[in-house]
Design a protein around this ligand. Sequence first.
Ligand SMILES: Cc1cc2nc3c(=O)[nH]c(=O)nc-3n(C[C@H](O)[C@H](O)[C@H](O)COP(=O)(O)OP(=O)(O)OC[C@H]3O[C@@H](n4cnc5c(N)ncnc54)[C@H](O)[C@@H]3O)c2cc1C
Length: 433
Amino acid sequence: MTTMMNPKEEVHWRTTATPGPECSSLKTNLTVDTVIVGGGLTGCRTALGLAESGMSVALLDAQCIGWGASGRSGGQCNPIWRETPEQLIKRFGEAQAERLIKTTITSADDLFADIAKYNIDCDAVQAGWVQAAHNRSARRSLEKLAEGWSAAGAKIERLEGDAVKKATGSPAYDFALRYKVGGNVQPLSLTHGYAINAQTKGAQLFSDSPVTSIERLGSKWRVTSPSGSVTAEKVVLTTNAYSTNLWPGLKQTFLPMVSIAIATEPLPKELQAVILPGKVTISDSRLAIYFSRYDRDGRLIFGCVGSTDTVGTLGGHQRLREGLRTVFPQLKNIAIERTWSGRIAVTPEMMPHLHQPEPGIIAGLGFSGRGIAMTSVMGRTITDKILGVPDDELAFPVSPIKKIPMHSLMNATLPLGAPLMSIRDKLSTIIDI
Ligand SMILES: Cc1cc2nc3c(=O)[nH]c(=O)nc-3n(C[C@H](O)[C@H](O)[C@H](O)COP(=O)(O)OP(=O)(O)OC[C@H]3O[C@@H](n4cnc5c(N)ncnc54)[C@H](O)[C@@H]3O)c2cc1C
């Protein structure tokens, strides 16, 4: 094995993805029922649902399908929120929380069922997700989480001591929860799969078509891109952490944090047998969360919170190396092939938002790092809303756009977030904070 020298800065998933849909830029003026802005998992799953129901749909991405977080993701299907069902009831009220809890508990199985139904080739593995506690207070929080979600019907196992080490191959944790329904996917292939299915059912997909304005046109809306426009009754904004100032205030509803990742060289079979055996995935309770899984060829994908869109700046490489050494010391000499980053949209309560700021405008975003299963739920929810399902029957509550106070200031200091989180995480393993 060789040591990491100069890994290539390139999104690993682009090297192993199934082909994307044929798309070109919008060069005409179209009229459709719904136009979707943003070609990630949320936009593509929405396009699929709407096209399947017989609506005419156009989807525009500023770059290409899966260019954003969906094609850069860790691809872990981690089907639970950070709050207990009780906390969700307090936050949303009983009826809404109940719908959300029910949808959450089935979200992983729903995702894998979607993948099978649409015959999507995305290296899907439903081998479970282990959520590990990095200190005693994190253990107490995870125990509470397990208690609450188990009472609500989720199937969660508690692992202690050697059982954690055996389930993960990591000596770094003494307590963890295991969710058997969790799993992992090749996230770019999944996005491509949704997009191709949507296109087959009639959705028109456009790449290199940044939407620069949205204006009202009588009872309809017109979205404009440099060489064309789309007029529609409904506009769906699924731009998540890559949102611009296209719709007032939307970008201020979340903090665009950065997540960074590495792909190792393929691990020898002996190591694959002990590290994340059976292709289980792991993430932990640190603020600058460590997460890891295999790709289809036995490369370990390892990630954590970063500072900027370039991994090498502000200690990104060092944080990844330290994290890998902490979680899997057996891999200290393994070569790293690639490193990349992407943006996640973190909302104050770490839950996604569904907005309808004006009749006909719908936005679904803010997955706070839990987008693999939840973007599908959001795509189906937006489809339901457009097809006329009343708001009080939707999985997510429809909430007004609410800017985060002092957003610009917080945004400006975000690059310091990852180093500060790492320092706090280090302290928290020494003193129980
Ligand atoms: C490194 C990394 C690791 C992650 N790991 C996990 C994980 O393991 N598990 C998990 O559940 N989640 C994970 N996430 C989060 C998850 O990937 C996201 O929540 C999810 O992909 C969001 O999908 P989306 O479709 O809402 O947004 P995106 O995929 O970000 O898509 C938004 C799209 O909007 C387009 N766009 C923006 N503005 C415009 C415009 N004006 N006009 C046209 N197009 C526009 C962009 O080009 C982009 O393609 C991770 C994210 C990252 C970055």
